[in-house]
Design a protein around this ligand. Structure first.
Ligand code: HEC
Length: 114
């Protein structure tokens, strides 16, 4: 087992710096992926194509906050990510990150945001 313990040696500093740089780049990217204006557009246009541009319902049900109060953020996020099987409600997992789905879930549950 001793041979798997990584000990500082030549190159260690460079590797550490590189790992640090990748980490910083990744977290900066993650922060940039939440773009509230773009997500609001997505909700009203893409979700709105079925749920109505003002989310009052169409092919899909009314998505205004007062109609979603039986959901908590986690369940709503799962509905968005996984869709509702055997209905026209599609899974959005291929198209958005978990963080974006969580943002949308919060958005839909917050009347003063809409
Ligand atoms: C292709 C049409 C379509 C699109 C696009 C769509 N939905 Fe749906 N959605 C539906 C349908 C149909 C239902 C109702 C399914 C059922 O019969 O239970 C539904 C149901 C839902 C529900 C459950 C509502 C309730 O009252 O329980 C939520 C939440 C929801 N959609 C959110 C979204 C969000 C957020 C988006 C965009 C990211 C979206 N939908 C995009 C068709 C769509």
């Amino acid at each position: 087992m001793a041979d798997v313990i990584r000990r500082p040696k030549r190159g260690w500093t460079a590797r550490t710096l590189l790992t640090g740089a990748v980490f910083v780049a990744t977290s900066a990217f993650a922060a940039e992926t939440i773009d509230p204006a773009a997500l609001k557009r997505l909700v009203h246009q893409d979700c709105g194509s079925c749920h109505g541009l003002s989310l009052k319902g169409g092919l899909g049900p009314d998505l205004r906050a007062e109609n979603l109060q039986h959901y908590d953020v986690d369940v709503l996020m799962d509905v968005i990510l996984d869709g509702i099987p055997d209905t026209a409600m599609p899974p959005w997992r291929p198209l958005m990150t978990q963080e974006e789905a969580e943002w949308i879930a919060h958005y839909l549950l917050t009347p003063e945001e809409q």
